[in-house]
Structures are given as structure tokens and as C-alpha cells.
Design a protein around this ligand. Structure first.
Ligand code: G3P
Ligand code: CA
Length: 244
């Protein structure tokens, strides 16, 4: 099976990351899917933005989870990119509305890192939205927070989950099994000179490294037959996939 290509934060090389134009451009490239980052606002809305604060990617300041959707929507999310003035932080619902008519898959990274009951508030919201937006079966959830993944799977065994990590984890499949996760999402450098892909495949775990941006790295990952590459350079990945 062809290695899938996921545009990281949308086509973030061509448009402001995690915005509707970035997702629109990714869809136009005919990638297999997009990766995006989700936070909850203080009034409980799902918004697509990477950082805990709005400082880097908007003209505002403050923590996303201390701001209302209305406050966030007042901000310019163009991050200074020419031609994108006035672009807003999208809700996850808006992104789904844009992508539903396409074939794209969506890797929702849950940026909720608190281990608490409050930290799980995002779970019923993403699950309900996936269904109401007609995206059932086209979404999988990743997180660096294993507790969140385990809880999501407990509440929704049919949902697909993936463990994100960036430092070597010995026998990561054991941790994945404890979480009943369906995939691992390692930092791309962790797959260099390892048999990890086949060790995971033997155990029914998909492997989707991130963020593979160097041609040589992409080629190596294609050779290893990972399930997907998550990349900031999807156009290049599409070209290289044809050639390999
Ligand atoms: O999902 C892969 C990657 O996006 C994780 O790191 O910091 O870019 O969200 P980060
Ligand atoms: Ca991410």
C-alpha cells in the first residue's frame, strides 16, 4: 500500500499554519490527509491552533484556554504572511465543513496536556463533532498525553488513536498496547537505523513519523514502508512517492 502523506498544520508552507487557506491548499494538492492541533477555549469551543498561546501566530496575546471563541475570532491569524490579512483561527467544525466533501483524512492532535478530569473535557466534544460533521471514520486522534489517549479509547473503542513521542521509548509497542492505541507517531529521527516499523506492524500498529521534511529522510521512510509521513513539504513528498 502507498505511504500516505499528511500535510502538517495544513499546507503550512504556503499559507498560515492551521488556517482554512492552509487546509484548502492541502486539499488541492491531493494529499491523503492533514494534521492539525486542537485546543479548547474557555467557553468550551474546539479551535485549531498549535500553541498554548496566541502570541506567535496572531496579532494578540494570551492563553487560548483563557479566551472565549469570540475573543479568539477577533484576532488576525495570518502570522504576518502576505496576502492573508484578516484570516481567523478556525473552529474544528469549520475545518470539517471544508474537508467533508473531499477525500482527506484528518489527524487531530489533542493539545490538552493536563492530567485531570478537566483535561478530558475535550474528548466528548471531538467525538460528537466527528459524528455530527459527517467525518466518522476519517479522523484519528494523536497526543503526547497517554492518559488522554487511554481515556478517549475507553469512551470510544472504535475511535483510532496514536501515541506521539519524541524521545526513544524502549518497546514502545508495549506502551501502545496498554493504551489500546492503533498507531505510534514518533519523531522521524527515531526511525533511523531501527527495525521499529516491522516490529510495530507485526503487532498491528501503524507508524506515522513526523515531521519528515528532508527528501533523504522521506525516501528512507518510504523504503521502510511506514504507513504515513507527516510533513511540512507535502508537494515534495508527493513527487518522491511517485519516484519510489
Ligand atoms: O503531530 C506531529 C507533530 O505535529 C507534533 O508536534 O509540536 O508540531 O504539534 P507539534
Ligand atoms: Ca501537531
Amino acid at each position: 500500500m502507498a505511504v500516505q502523506i499528511f500535510a502538517h498544520r495544513g499546507a503550512s508552507f504556503a499559507a498560515p499554519e492551521n488556517t482554512l487557506p492552509a487546509f484548502e491548499k492541502a486539499a488541492a494538492l491531493h494529499v491523503d490527509g492533514v494534521e492539525l492541533d486542537v485546543h479548547l477555549t474557555t467557553d468550551g469551543r474546539l479551535v485549531v491552533i498549535h500553541d498554548d498561546t496566541v502570541d506567535r501566530t496572531t496579532n494578540g496575546q494570551g492563553r487560548v484556554n483563557r479566551m472565549t471563541l469570540e475573543q479568539l475570532r477577533a484576532l488576525d491569524a495570518s502570522a504576518g504572511r502576505q496576502g492573508y490579512g484578516g484570516v481567523r483561527i478556525p473552529t474544528l467544525a469549520e475545518v470539517y465543513r471544508l474537508l467533508e466533501p473531499t477525500h482527506l483524512l484528518v489527524n487531530v492532535e489533542l493539545k490538552e496536556n493536563r492530567r485531570s478530569r478537566d483535561g478530558y473535557a475535550v474528548i466528548p466534544k471531538v467525538l460528537a463533532l466527528e459524528e455530527s460533521a459527517g467525518m466518522s471514520g476519517r479522523v484519528f486522534y494523536s497526543s503526547f498525553n497517554p492518559f488522554l489517549l487511554r481515556e478517549l479509547k475507553r469512551r470510544s473503542p472504535q475511535s483510532k488513536t496514536a501515541l506521539l513521542y519524541k524521545v526513544p521509548l524502549a518497546r514502545v509497542w508495549k506502551l501502545a498496547a496498554r493504551l489500546v492505541a492503533d498507531a505510534i507517531h514518533p519523531k522521524d529521527s527515531l526511525l533511523r537505523d531501527t527495525a521499529l516499523v516491522s516490529q510495530c506492524h507485526t503487532r498491528g500498529l501503524a507508524v506515522r513519523p513526523w515531521t519528515a521534511d528532508e527528501p533523504a529522510v522521506m525516501e528512507e521512510l518510504f523504503r521502510q514502508q511506514v504507513d504515513a509521513v507527516i510533513t511540512n513539504c507535502p508537494e515534495q513528498a508527493l513527487h518522491l512517492r511517485i519516484d519510489t
